[in-house]
Ligand binder design. Structure first.
Ligand SMILES: CC(C)(COP(=O)(O)OP(=O)(O)OC[C@H]1O[C@@H](n2cnc3c(N)ncnc32)[C@H](O)[C@@H]1OP(=O)(O)O)[C@@H](O)C(=O)NCCC(=O)NCCS
Length: 158
């Protein structure tokens, strides 16, 4: 993530969620040392990407990782970009020792749940009326990642 991508990240956020995070929240995530804020898009010949197609934000504190936000441009969905963003973060978390990964997802968000299940996440709990905009509950999904566990998948190109 770079500050110059912020506008495009905000556009994806607004196209993806009923109650998008405000710009200041994203600006703060660029600063936090515990925040892994990553984007995906076509590589430029020189450096960086020419367009932001998706992003992920995770907090990593010792052996705990929390996925705070993940979104892909509507027109770029079902092309494995969401999977690539999650895979990349999980692989790095695994390389630095692994641990417990958790996230909240709406029960109505079946697409995201399918994605997380494909990585081995399971529902471990429920937060009642977690989403303040409409009082929908949140499912808590979690995954235990072992040290270097992800290396095999990455090495085989999957
Ligand atoms: C959830 C989201 C990030 C997935 O991104 P994506 O790039 O489309 O996901 P992928 O292409 O990597 O999909 C991986 C797998 O997830 C599942 N999946 C993804 N979208 C799905 C959908 N609409 N319906 C059912 N399953 C879906 C499928 O199993 C898919 O594998 P397949 O395409 O081989 O069948 C994207 O739909 C999005 O941005 N949604 C709005 C924001 C959001 O809900 N974020 C998650 C908050 S918890």
């Amino acid at each position: 993530m770079r500050p110059e991508y912020l506008g495009q990240v905000l556009g994806i956020e607004q196209a993806s969620f009923k109650n998008p995070w405000p710009p200041a929240a994203f600006a703060a995530e660029i600063q936090h040392p515990w925040s892994w804020f990553r984007v995906i898009g076509p590589a430029k010949k020189t450096d960086g990407i020419s367009r932001v197609d998706g992003f992920i934000i995770c907090w990593v504190i010792l052996s705990d990782m929390h996925v705070l936000n993940l979104a892909v441009l509507p027109e770029c969905r079902r092309k494995s970009l969401g999977s690539a963003l999650l895979q990349d973060s999980l692989a790095d978390f695994s390389r630095q020792g692994g641990g417990y990964v958790s996230l909240e997802v709406r029960p109505s968000n079946l697409a995201a749940q399918e994605l997380y299940r494909a990585f081995g996440f399971e529902v471990v709990g429920r937060r009642k009326q977690y989403y303040r905009s409409d009082n929908e509950d949140a499912l808590i999904m979690a995954l235990e990642v072992e040290e270097e566990q992800m290396r095999g998948r990455k090495d085989t190109g999957n």
